[in-house]
Design a protein around this ligand. Structure first.
Ligand SMILES: CC(=O)[C@@H](O)[C@H](O)COP(=O)(O)O
Ligand SMILES: NCC(=O)COP(=O)(O)O
Length: 240
């Protein structure tokens, strides 16, 4: 079965836009778990533009499902993860100024670095996953790093699928078969949505977990807005 981990970065983005604590990131994490989410993902970035390092600590005692922290393993991130000790750390090679994650690791060029950092996390009881493009050579390179899992970077699939190009699944299916043969666990994420998740899941054997944030939060707004507008109208139109 594929687990759903909800990425709550966007809740922190909204909170930070006003400086208070609305919406409450910890409460949101508690609620998505109550609604059935099987994990919570955060991706603290060095500029803390959404999830703050303090959020990672505050969430620790409230995430009773799988806690996944993603990020580039710069010194401050490694220290944070070793302190918080989530279930899983997902290493993503994003630049400090990247708007969002935009590439997987070059697992061959960065092998020595990844081997060291992965070993450190594993020795501390933290499962590791590394963000990769669906390229067979990169999957083989991932195996050589010692990681427990890979996370397939699905932005290209999501984009092509939205254009009607269903064949864009092929490199992902091929990568998943290779990863399974190599005994690597398979996660996936980035731009997955209610539109594309069923097709993706159906075609990816052994998919253990998807982490979904941007679309899930946008869909929650679309699917919830009618109810909330009605609630306001009821309050405004009631006669006292
Ligand atoms: C690794 C990945 O694809 C997600 O973590 C994504 O990067 C979300 O991060 P942002 O919310 O900062 O876009
Ligand atoms: N690892 C991917 C993730 O956590 C969420 O990505 P997105 O759904 O916000 O694109």
């Amino acid at each position: 079965m594929t687990k759903l981990s909800v990425n709550i970065n966007k809740i922190a983005t909204l909170r930070n836009s006003r400086g208070g604590n609305v919406p409450n990131v910890v409460q949101f994490a508690k609620d998505v778990q109550r609604f059935g989410a099987e994990g919570v993902t955060i991706h603290p970035r060095p500029d803390e533009r959404h999830i703050r390092y303090q959020d990672a600590h505050d969430l620790k005692s409230e995430v009773y499902t799988e806690y996944n922290i993603e990020g580039n393993p710069v010194e401050s991130f490694v220290e944070l993860v070793l302190n918080v000790k989530p279930t899983q750390v997902t290493l993503v090679p994003d630049a400090v100024d990247a708007i969002t994650s935009n590439a997987g690791w070059d697992t061959i060029k960065n092998k020595d670095f990844l081997v060291d950092v992965i070993k450190e996390f594993q020795q501390n009881g933290i499962r590791t996953s590394i963000f990769v493009d669906p390229v067979l050579g990169q999957i083989e390179g991932a195996k050589a790093t010692g990681t427990d899992r890979i996370e397939l970077y699905t932005e290209a699939f999501a984009h092509q699928y939205s254009l009607g190009n269903t064949a864009a699944i092929k490199p992902y299916a091929d990568s998943a078969i290779l990863a399974s043969n190599l005994n690597l666990g398979i996660n996936a994420g980035h731009d997955l949505s209610l539109d594309n998740i069923e097709y993706f899941k159906k075609n990816i054997p052994g998919l253990l977990e998807v982490s979904i944030g941007h679309a899930l939060i946008a869909e929650s707004l679309y699917l919830g807005v009618e109810n909330v507008v009605q609630m306001y109208l009821r309050k405004l139109k009631s006669q006292f």
